[in-house]
Design a protein around this ligand. Structure first.
Ligand code: SDX
Length: 386
């Protein structure tokens, strides 16, 4: 039997074009969601408008936006079975190895069992499921954090936006207009990024004709890692570690020494570098600017955190020519907003489900199984019995 030898492998599939998409274009020159530049969307759209754009394919008319927003509000409640699971959040986190990303993954999977469209991959059913998952993730995060904090579950507020309601459900405190705006823009920035690892995972799962909840569950698992979405938590942990090691005075010499030691140890600095953006991530300066403004309003302790981050960033850029990705300012921004660090990546999920759903629908609409080849590097053929 003859087989064609595969071409040599490209480690990490760097630069490989693995498929087509109409949803997003990630280039060093621009980041585009369905034809709109990210800075334009961050300045002029809301997260609900961007989610509609990604899911339904065009900018919503005022009537379409009203209908879509009402659909999301109506779908915010989660099944009793998922609520019941989340009543164990505190125990799973405090007494076992549970972390919020894993709890969220399981809760989304439970919602799938109870979703009336779960096994239906038609375009209409997929769109209904996409809206339900988008609406339910903030409720899952909220209930989880309430249980961890020892609060009763906070019911959603139908008058609050997606971003505002997420903050309300997590904290039980009505967000200020400024906090709601920062969260809204961060959700816009996180919503979509073509064939990143978690989205590609979701497309591989959808490509077997598995269902949307399964593809989302796999995508959440992929996003968790610190080389991907988990970097927003890891970036904040790294800044806390630096502060802990050098003290609170932000001494540039001490920060430089800390960084040079990290370079010598070949340590990966979290929130820096990107597979596509080699000279800067379009989203990072947008979120940095908003986060710094929030820090200035909150007080000197938070400004000092941003100043530390800026010194770290300068050293990385000058010494290594490696630039921050969106997760670096995100860590400092969410910290300034008082969000518990282990919820940073679940919040990334609350946004990225819009992009994942768009890709799962695109995959199902024009499917072919995703099945690449591998270049075999194992032993030569040998006999089991000698
Ligand atoms: C996201 O893909 C997407 O679009 C993802 C994302 C999205 O919206 O979906 O944008 C979200 O996942 C952002 C990335 C978050 N991850 C991190 O911040 C973790 C830290 N970053 C890295 O580990 C790294 O930069 C990656 C994982 C993001 C990219 O990895 P690559 O493309 O495989 O690059 P590499 O590891 O091969 O690095 C190339 C060189 C190496 O040096 P040399 O061996 O060539 O001398 O750059 C160095 C690396 O050591 N380098 C770093 C570094 N990132 C790259 N050195 C120190 N710290 C870093 N963060």
């Amino acid at each position: 039997m003859s087989t064609t030898a595969p071409a040599p492998a490209t480690k990490g599939l760097e630069g490989v074009i693995a498929g087509e998409t109409e949803i997003c274009n990630v280039e060093q020159s621009a980041l585009i969601y369905r034809g709109y530049e990210i800075a334009d969307l961050a300045a002029n759209a809301t997260f609900e408008e961007v989610a509609f754009l990604l899911l339904e394919g065009h900018k919503p008319s005022p009537e379409e936006l009203k209908r879509f927003t009402a659909e999301l509000v109506d779908a915010r409640d989660i099944p009793e079975e998922a609520k019941s699971f989340l009543t164990h959040s505190a125990n799973l986190v405090k007494n076992h190895s549970g972390v919020p990303m894993d709890l969220l993954r399981t809760a989304v999977s439970i919602c799938g069992h109870l979703d009336p469209d779960c096994q239906d991959n038609s375009a209409d059913a997929n769109l209904r499921k996409a809206k339900r998952i988008l609406a339910q993730v903030p409720t899952i995060i909220g209930h989880m954090q309430n249980n961890i904090d020892g609060r009763d579950f906070v019911a959603h507020d139908p008058d609050l936006s997606h971003a505002g309601n997420l903050l309300w459900m997590m904290t039980g405190e009505k967000p200020t207009a400024e906090a709601e705006k920062v969260m809204d823009v961060s959700l816009i920035l996180y919503a979509e990024h073509d064939y990143n690892a978690s989205t590609f995972t979701s497309r591989v799962i959808a490509g077997t004709l598995a269902d949307m909840h399964g593809a989302m569950t796999g995508a959440i698992a992929a996003l968790k890692g610190p080389l991907h979405g988990g970097a927003n938590e890891a970036a904040m942990d790294m800044l806390s570690e630096i502060r802990n090691d050098i003290g609170p005075d932000n001494d540039t010499g001490k920060i430089t020494d800390w960084m040079h030691k990290a370079f010598e140890e070949k340590r990966k600095l979290m929130g820096f570098g990107h597979r596509v953006y080699k000279s800067g991530d379009h989203r990072a300066p947008i979120l940095h600017g908003l986060g710094r403004k929030a820090a200035e309003a909150r007080g000197p302790e938070f400004v000092r955190l941003f100043e530390l981050g800026e010194t770290v960033q300068n050293i990385m850029e000058t010494d290594k020519k490696i630039y921050p990705n969106v997760d670096f300012p995100c860590g400092m921004t969410y910290f300034t907003m008082g969000i518990p660090v282990p919820q940073y990546t679940p919040i990334f999920v609350a946004s990225r489900v819009s992009g994942w759903a768009a890709h799962i629908m695109e995959q199902h609409a024009n499917n072919r199984l995703i099945r690449p080849r591998a270049a075999y590097s194992g032993p030569e053929t040998r006999k089991w019995n000698g």
